[in-house]
Design a protein around this ligand. Structure first.
Ligand code: FMN
Length: 352
C-alpha cells in the first residue's frame, strides 16, 4: 500500500509527547510504520528527532504535524481558568501563574522546512488541513501526505486537497482526534470506516480502539488499507509515556476512558482522574486549544515529577483491557500471528 512495502499494515499512531525515537524505529524495524508525534516539538527538536530515527532504522517512517489553530484569545476566560487552576498549582507546590502570553507561537513553519530538508518518507497532519501548496511541495519531494478525518465529509476534503491517504479516527480513539469541521461528531469506527471507504478513492487507514490482530483483521475486512494504533503502542517498553500512564491503561476497563476538554480546551479521550472529574463543570467555559493546553502544561509536568496520576493527562482509547506491556517486536509478532489466525477462523466459521 502506497509503495511502503510494510510486512504488516500496522501504523504506530504519532503520539505527541510520548513517542520516542526508539519507539518509532522499533515499529519500522519490525515491518510496520513508526510515526513521530512532532506536535509539541520546536523546529530544532524535530530535526534532532528525525536524525535519531534515521540512525536507528533504514526503514520508512512518518512524522505528524499539528496544523496551527489561532483562536481569538478571550482574556476573561483565560483569567477565569487561571483562577480555577491556582489551587491545584498550590497543592502541587508550584508558584502562581503570572504569564501574560495566552499561547506559544507554533513551530509549524520551521517543522515543515525540516520535513522537506530531511525528506521524511511520510508526513501526516492533524487538527486541520495544510495549505494546498504545502501538499504540493511535500509530494514533489517524494513524501507521502496523509490527512486525518473523523467524518466522511472530512475524509472527502482530505482527498479533494490531493493528499495520498486519509486516517479516519473513530470515537473510540485515545487522545485528541483531528476533527476540523463543526460540530465535532462521535462516529464509531465500525460505522465510519466502511462509509469512508465507500465515498473516497484514496487509501483509508483505520484508527480507534484497535489493540490486537483480530481488530486489525476486522478493519481490513471493512476496507482499511492499514490500521493506526495508539494506546497499544503507548504501553510498550519503548514508549516514553509516564510509568503511571502505562499502569493506568494496563489496569483500566472499557468504561474508564472519558472525553474531556479539561487539559487542553479540545476534546480528548483519557482515563478519568481527579483533575478530569473536578473540571467537568467548567468544560464548556474554558479557553480553547491551544490556550488551555498551555495553561495546564506546568501542572501536568509537575504531576509527572511528583508521580501524581491525578493531574496527568492519561490519554487512552476504549479498549484498554486488550493492552499488553511488552516490547514493540513482541507486539508486532503477536499481531502478525493473530491477524492470520483471525482470517483462518473466519473462513472456518463461514464453512460452518
Ligand atoms: C497519548 C496519545 C497521543 C496522541 N497524539 C496524537 C498526535 O500527536 N497526532 C495525531 O494525529 N494523533 C494523536 N493521537 C491519536 C491517534 O492518532 C489515534 O487516533 C488513536 O490513538 C487511536 O485510538 P487508540 O488509542 O484506541 O488506538 C494520540 C493518541 C494518544 C493515545
Amino acid at each position: 500500500m502506497l509503495g511502503l512495502s510494510l510486512k504488516l499494515p500496522v501504523w504506530q499512531a504519532p503520539m505527541a509527547g510520548v513517542t520516542t525515537p526508539e519507539l518509532v524505529a522499533a515499529v519500522s524495524n519490525a515491518g510496520g510504520l513508526g510515526n513521530i508525534g512532532a506536535g509539541y516539538l520546536s523546529g530544532e527538536q524535530t530535526e534532532a528527532f528525525i536524525r535519531e530515527v534515521k540512525r536507528l532504522t533504514d526503514a520508512s517512517f512518518g512524522i505528524n504535524l499539528f496544523v496551527p489553530e489561532n483562536p481569538a484569545a478571550d482574556i476573561e476566560k483565560v483569567e477565569k481558568a487561571k483562577k480555577r487552576l491556582a489551587p491545584y498549582r498550590k497543592e502541587l507546590g508550584m508558584e502562581a501563574d503570572r504569564s501574560n502570553s495566552v499561547a506559544s507561537a507554533s513551530a509549524y513553519p520551521e517543522q515543515l522546512a525540516v520535513v522537506l530538508k530531511e525528506k521524511v518518507p511520510v508526513c501526516s497532519f492533524t487538527f486541520g488541513l495544510p495549505e494546498a501548496d504545502v501538499v504540493e511541495q511535500l509530494k514533489a519531494n517524494q513524501t507521502l501526505v496523509i490527512g486525518t478525518a473523523t467524518t466522511v465529509e472530512e475524509a472527502a476534503a482530505v482527498e479533494q486537497l490531493g493528499m495520498d491517504a486519509v486516517v479516519v479516527q473513530g470515537s473510540e480513539a485515545g487522545g485528541h482526534r483531528g476533527s476540523f469541521q463543526e460540530p465535532e461528531s462521535l462516529i464509531g469506527l465500525m460505522s465510519l470506516l466502511p462509509q469512508a471507504v465507500q465515498e473516497v478513492s484514496i487509501p483509508v487507514i483505520a484508527a480507534g480502539g484497535i489493540m490486537n490482530g483480530q481488530g486489525v483483521a476486522a478493519a481490513l475486512c471493512l476496507g482499511a488499507a492499514a490500521v493506526q494504533m495508539g494506546t497499544a503502542f503507548l504501553v510498550t517498553k519503548e514508549s516514553g509515556a509516564h510509568p503511571l500512564h502505562k499502569e493506568a491503561i494496563l489496569t483500566a476497563d472499557e468504561t474508564a476512558a472519558m472525553l474531556t476538554k479539561a487539559f487542553s480546551g479540545k476534546s480528548a479521550r483519557g482515563i478519568a482522574n481527579r483533575f478530569l472529574m473536578e473540571m467537568k463543570d467548567m468544560e464548556n467555559d474554558l479557553p480553547p486549544y491551544p490556550v488551555q493546553n498551555a495553561l495546564t502544561s506546568g501542572i501536568r509536568k509537575q504531576a509527572g515529577k511528583l508521580k501524581n496520576r491525578e493531574f496527568l493527562s492519561l490519554w487512552c482509547g476504549q479498549s484498554p483491557r486488550l493492552s499488553r506491556h511488552q516490547t514493540v517486536a513482541e507486539l508486532m509478532e503477536m499481531l502478525d500471528r493473530e491477524v492470520k489466525k483471525a482470517f483462518q477462523s473466519g473462513r472456518e466459521r463461514i464453512k460452518g
